[in-house]
Ligand binder design. Structure first.
Ligand code: S3P
Length: 181
């Protein structure tokens, strides 16, 4: 018998795409607990993210993302909102795990909005360099096909407001979960 699909809503997308804000909104509207892979990594490793990058490197951080996703999948939690780090889609095994966790929603964002939303926060090691604009364009270009192939739904975040986005996601998720029973 195939495993029943987990009924989580999984948010993916670039840094500054609104995953945490929309995650909080969805969590309130649905009454589902919000989990965040970055927070689970910090809890598991004991170091803040910039220190993990500085002391152990990006590859070690990606392995921690895989471990957290594997735990989430093994724990079988359903009816959660799961917000993820922007680079979680870079490893193929993470892309497979994400889709097995539930309904995967890609929050699309333009480079301009990313720059606007991330410029004041220095907690993102990948953008803490002399050319964040160039880094954003390069990473967005590399990751866009990965977000596309991993997601069940892609949502524009530039023109709509967050409550409108959340309402749209809930409607599509209900349809998706209804169909997969
Ligand atoms: C990263 C995004 C961050 C965090 C880490 C690496 C990335 O999460 O996981 O700094 O590679 O895009 P947010 O997308 O929540 O900022």
């Amino acid at each position: 018998m195939p495993e029943p699909p987990l009924e989580n809503i999984v948010l993916i997308g670039f840094m500054g795409s609104g995953k945490s804000t929309i995650g909080r909104e969805l969590s309130q509207l649905l009454g589902y607990p919000l989990l965040d892979t970055d927070a689970l990594i910090v809890e598991r490793d004991g170091r803040p993210i910039p220190r993990i990058f500085a002391e152990s490197g990006e590859e070690a951080f990606r392995d921690l993302e895989s471990a957290v996703l594997a735990d989430l999948h093994a724990g079988g939690p359903s009816h959660r909102v799961i917000a993820t780090g922007g680079g979680i889609v870079t490893l193929p095994k993470n892309r497979r795990l994400l889709r097995r966790l539930g309904y995967v929603v890609w929050l699309m964002v333009t480079p301009k909005a990313v720059l606007r939303r991330t410029s004041r926060n220095k907690q993102r090691p990948l953008l803490n360099n002399p050319d964040p604009t160039g880094t954003i364009s390069r990473l967005l270009e590399e990751r866009t096909p990965l977000y596309r192939e991993t997601s069940h739904l892609a949502v524009e975040t530039d023109s709509l407001n967050f409550p409108e986005i959340s309402a749209g996601i809930i409607e599509s998720a209900r349809y998706f979960f209804g169909r997969s029973k």
